[in-house]
Design a protein around this ligand. Structure first.
Ligand SMILES: NC(=O)c1ccc[n+]([C@@H]2O[C@H](COP(=O)([O-])OP(=O)(O)OC[C@H]3O[C@@H](n4cnc5c(N)ncnc54)[C@H](O)[C@@H]3O)[C@@H](O)[C@H]2O)c1
Length: 272
């Protein structure tokens, strides 16, 4: 169902790889709500993913960019403004990758070149994207920038590896840019801390099935799906949330504030 919440708005969606990607669902929902979009992903994802299919479905142009390259991002912002005939209103950063996770390097045996890459791709890329937008004065007043994060930024999840450190940095960058962009241009910057979700990046984490099921059993409302995350993103891109900024917003069915659930208590009850 469409509420026309984004009618007349223009945005960039980073990170749609295939139909399981959270960014894919967000692009579909934004399109339904009346937004005009451009899509971006790493050049390698053009060959491996299905972004062309999505571009057709949401009538958007694709601008390939490595989100660690300031050059690529500066060009992308310019091109986006040309396509849309001026400033835009919202941006989704839905980007994450850890070579340590990919190569099964344990946290206690981290490869530091890999770790630097994890930080660059998964956290500094948000800083770079925002800096490119800021210097080009690319966002309208009340514009909204969103990143996606995970609760491993606050609590230890051993298998999440160095992605936990990257998410902590991502959330800090969100607050810092939220301050500066807010003061200068009234642009908001927030992160959504999403439940475990079956996607290419999500399923790459060792033991993903276990923490998906654990979160499901702990959350009063159950895990939030990618479609539900897309709904939440739409509200944060819309004018209904103009004063929400610098926040890390949990979208996890109540998981983050549950100490223990009855389902978990049953599981650990001693059989007499
Ligand atoms: N899936 C989950 O359980 C979950 C939970 C909480 C948060 N998140 C976050 O959601 C975001 C989206 O991930 P997803 O789960 O939809 O998985 P996904 O694999 O579909 O998306 C990750 C995207 O990052 C892109 N990417 C990687 N390196 C890049 C680079 N150098 N430049 C540009 N793009 C690059 C990939 O091409 C891909 O499209 C990530 O930030 C992830 O950490 C995911």
């Amino acid at each position: 169902m469409s509420y026309n919440l984004l009618k007349g708005k223009k945005g960039i969606i980073f990170g749609a790889l295939d139909e399981n990607s959270i960014a894919w669902k967000v692009a579909m929902r934004c399109h339904e709500e009346g937004a005009a979009l451009t899509l971006s992903n790493a050049p390698i994802a053009m060959r491996m993913g299905k972004i062309a299919e999505l571009a057709k479905a949401v009538n958007a142009e694709i601008i390939p960019a490595d989100a660690t390259s300031m050059d690529d991002l500066t060009k992308l912002v310019q091109q986006t403004m040309e396509i849309h005939g001026g400033k835009i209103d919202f941006v989704l950063h839905s980007i994450g990758m850890s070579p340590n996770v990919r190569k099964n390097k344990h946290y206690t045996d981290a490869n530091y070149e890999f770790m630097a890459k994890t930080m660059d791709i998964s956290a500094l890329s948000l800083h770079k994207i925002i800096q490119a937008l800021f210097h080009a004065d690319a966002l309208n007043e009340n514009g909204s920038i969103l990143g996606l994060t995970y609760i491993a930024a606050q609590r230890a999840f051993p298998n999440y590896n160095d992605m936990a450190d990257a998410k902590a940095l991502l959330e800090s960058i969100t607050r810092s840019w939220g301050y500066h962009y807010g003061v200068k241009k009234k642009v908001r910057v927030n992160t959504i801390s999403q439940s475990p979700t079956y996607t290419t990046a999500g399923s790459g984490v060792a033991g993903f099935d276990i923490f998906f099921n654990y979160a499901e059993a702990m959350s009063p409302l159950g895990n939030a799906s990618a479609d539900e995350c897309a709904d939440y993103c739409v509200t944060l891109f819309s004018d209904l949330t103009r004063k929400v900024t610098m926040q890390n917003l949990f979208h996890d069915g109540g998981y983050s504030f549950t100490g223990v659930s009855e389902k978990m208590m049953e599981l650990f009850a001693k059989k007499s």
